[in-house]
Design a binder for this molecule. Structure first.
Ligand SMILES: *Cc1c(COP(=O)(O)O)cnc(C)c1O
Length: 403
């Protein structure tokens, strides 16, 4: 059976054009971008500065506001820990949300252990933060709001411009994890009032292990206490010899996204809608998780009632997707994101995230519909729960026998 990749929110393949841009920086242009006194260094530095402009160009920033990182986990940690420690004298209260990526949740939890106070907003049923909740959570000692641009499991997009405006009004720094949104939907740090923004190359057809953090330089000038010390690279916010080939790849990938976003996002959204149309036409008891209006073009999270996501993944052959019960790898706990929406364990366990990408074709989608429909039908035929439900038994009222 042909293998199909629909897990682009986990990572994307490197675009061949990105790889081509990177290769010379592994070979002849291997210089250290910090070497100031010979051509090898200058060539590397020039490439790094060009990449900075390419990344800045996607979000309406200046290239001086881009700090290179090893990816979004580091970017989120640098932003959150960096602001908390730099502005601790002003206040020790942070606001975030329960369904953020672990790379935001865990540094916030860590800060709680250091004596900071965190307000964990609950999203609405569709995975969006409510402005009213955010407004009420704001305090005089709030120093940071960290809310993701788009959710990685659902594709749901937060009201970023409204959040930015409220933060400006209250003089609070606004950080957004835009790992999933960058290159997929328009972002403008000025119009949206964003002070810090995290992105990662490997979610937008660049290489793994490299990313960037946007740090606003005026109105306000955001300062960060670094978590990595030594050498003073990247305006002192992130020391360490730069990963020049990776950075070149990150820049090239960003540039391609900027150029292709208008056509690519339309094409991918059409395929996503085709996938949902096919699934919902042939199957009963299926539902979309996440917001239907404010969402990424590429993500479709579906619950298939009465079947287990994990069994489905095995049943549909070589199709790479994520399931709501597998996301946090080792544990078989259903996804905290889906549970955070208020979904019961049954719906969370039966969910599958399809994330499409630049290299997804219509044939991939049609083949996926066929295999998923057949796997779900097969699993439901064998499912006593499904049979009971078909007989009109209300499963929520059943008294299960314990052994
Ligand atoms: C993938 C992802 C991360 C982590 O990024 P890495 O570059 O892999 O560290 C953080 N946030 C979101 C929303 C993501 O999708």
């Amino acid at each position: 059976m042909r293998s199909i990749y629909l897990d682009n929110n986990a990572t994307t393949p490197v675009d061949p054009r990105v790889l081509d841009a990177m290769l010379p920086y592994f070979r002849e242009h291997f210089g250290n971008a910090a070497s100031r006194n010979h051509r090898y260094g200058w060539v590397a530095e020039e490439a790094v500065e060009k990449a900075r402009e390419q990344v800045a160009g996607v979000i309406g920033a200046s290239s001086k506001e881009i700090i290179w990182t090893s990816g979004s986990t580091e970017g989120n940690n640098t932003a959150i820990l960096g602001v908390a420690r730099m502005y601790a004298d002003k206040g020790r209260h942070i606001i975030t949300c329960r369904i953020e990526h672990k790379a935001v949740i865990d540094p916030c939890k860590f800060l709680e252990s250091e004596g900071f106070e965190v307000t964990w907003l609950e999203p609405d049923r569709s995975g969006r933060v409510r402005m009213e909740d955010l407004r009420q959570a704001m305090r005089d000692d709030t120093i940071l709001v960290s809310l993701m641009f788009a959710n990685n499991e659902l594709g749901t997009i937060n009201p970023i411009a409204e959040i930015g405006a409220l933060c400006k009004e209250r003089g609070v720094i606004f950080h957004t994890d835009a790992t999933q949104a960058f290159g997929k939907v328009p972002i403008d740090v000025e119009a949206m009032g964003i002070d810090l923004l995290t992105l990662s190359a490997h979610k937008m057809y660049g290489p793994k292990g490299v990313g960037a953090l946007y740090v606003r330089r005026k109105k306000p000038r955001v300062r960060l206490q670094p978590i990595i010390h030594g050498g003073g690279h990247e305006r002192g916010m992130r020391s360490g010899t730069l990963n020049v080939p990776g950075i070149v790849g990150c820049g090239a990938a960003a540039e391609l996204c900027r150029k292709e976003m208008p056509t690519e996002s339309v094409r991918i959204a059409r395929l996503r809608d085709r996938l949902w149309a096919g699934l919902s036409e042939h199957l009963t008891d299926v539902s979309i998780n996440g917001n239907l209006e404010h969402r990424l073009p590429n993500t479709l999270n579906v619950s298939f009632l009465y079947v287990e996501g994990e069994s489905m993944m095995m049943g549909m052959g070589d199709i790479a997707v994520s399931s709501g019960s597998a996301c946090t790898s080792a544990s078989l706990e259903p996804s905290y994101v889906l549970k955070g929406l208020g979904l019961g364990d049954d719906l969370a366990h039966s969910s599958i995230r399809f994330s499409l990408g630049r290299f997804t074709t219509q044939e991939d989608i049609d083949e996926t519909i066929k295999r998923v429909v057949s796997a779900v039908n097969h699993l439901r035929e064998m499912s006593p729960l499904y049979e009971m439900a078909q007989q009109g038994i209300d499963l929520s009222k059943v008294q299960w026998q314990r052994h």
